[in-house]
Design a protein around this ligand. Structure first.
Ligand SMILES: [Zn+2]
Length: 283
């Protein structure tokens, strides 16, 4: 069964669910688009498949998992969303039936119309396995005897992938582009709650820890300079420019982009404007 059924219990508003591997993935890859849904009164939920208990140079284990969960809850309060964090170890996520069942249950409980996740080709095994789990769950969301205590959805949510920079076996295709320029500062404010990631771990592992400012206000400006575009927009420019009026194009500085997944509900010309009311269609 395919197609989009607006969530009737939510005043015909959309229910949008980002499923990432780690507690910061949603904010990095989707934070701007999430804010645009929230501005229109739609519901946004984030799900992290792992608790983030590995990625840090001086901390780890349960204490780090608790810290990361606290950071996620700060984002949730700031944005007004739900942020689910599953208690799987960071760096060890497996595409097990158990994890698939958890994803099916959460997709059903939030009655998702749209699911966003990683592409299956990605540098991080947790990202790849998250993608696989979501793809494996797609068809089963409508099957009543799977996770039978949580009622099936009558239509498959549409699944899309967020942008990335990976080229093999094929590069990311920006099929829906969202201009997030007007919400970029709020996106960065949300991302800054992931202190242990964006000001500690990622600068350490990527070799620029000495660049991180100490003062909170300087940190935000630094974060914006470093992290405001999740992909190099220039790569997409030649292809996308004809899609926008020039005066609009000249004012776009930050984007997030999405590619269709072949499983689950299909993103089509009929439903794309409902599911991405602010997106520019490029397929
Ligand atoms: Zn991640």
């Amino acid at each position: 069964m395919m197609g989009v059924i607006p969530n009737k219990e939510n005043g015909n508003k959309l229910s949008v669910l980002f499923i990432g591997a780690h507690p910061d993935d949603a904010d990095i890859q989707f934070g701007g688009t999430a804010i645009k849904y929230l501005q229109l009164g739609h519901t946004v939920n984030y799900l992290s498949m792992t608790n983030g208990d590995a990625g840090h140079q001086t901390q780890g284990g349960g204490a780090l998992a608790q810290r990361r969960r606290g950071e996620s809850q700060s984002v949730a309060e700031f944005l007004g969303i739900n942020y689910f964090v599953l208690d799987n170890h960071d760096g060890e996520l497996q595409p097990t039936v158990e994890n698939r069942r958890k994803v099916i249950q959460i997709i059903r409980e939030v009655k998702a119309n749209l699911v966003i996740t990683h592409r299956p080709n990605d540098y991080h095994a947790d990202h790849r396995n998250t993608s696989l789990i979501v793809q494996d769950a797609a068809y089963l969301i409508c099957v009543p005897n799977i996770v039978p205590f949580t009622p099936r959805l009558e239509s498959n949510p549409v699944i899309v992938y967020h942008q990335d920079r990976f080229k093999k076996p094929y590069p990311f295709v920006p099929e829906v582009v969202v201009d997030i320029t007007e919400v970029i500062d709020r996106k960065m404010q949300a991302l800054a709650f992931h202190e242990s990631q964006v000001f500690e771990w990622l600068p350490f592992i990527e070799g620029y820890l000495d660049e991180v400012p100490k003062q909170a206000d300087e940190r935000l400006a630094w974060l914006k300079a470093k992290w405001s575009n999740p992909v190099n927009m220039d790569e997409f420019l030649p292809e996308l420019k004809p899609k926008f009026p020039l005066e609009v194009w000249n004012n776009i500085h930050y984007i997030e982009a999405f590619e269709r997944c072949e499983y689950g509900g299909k993103l089509t010309h009929e439903n794309v404007n409902t599911l991405f009311p602010f997106g520019t269609v490029n397929f």
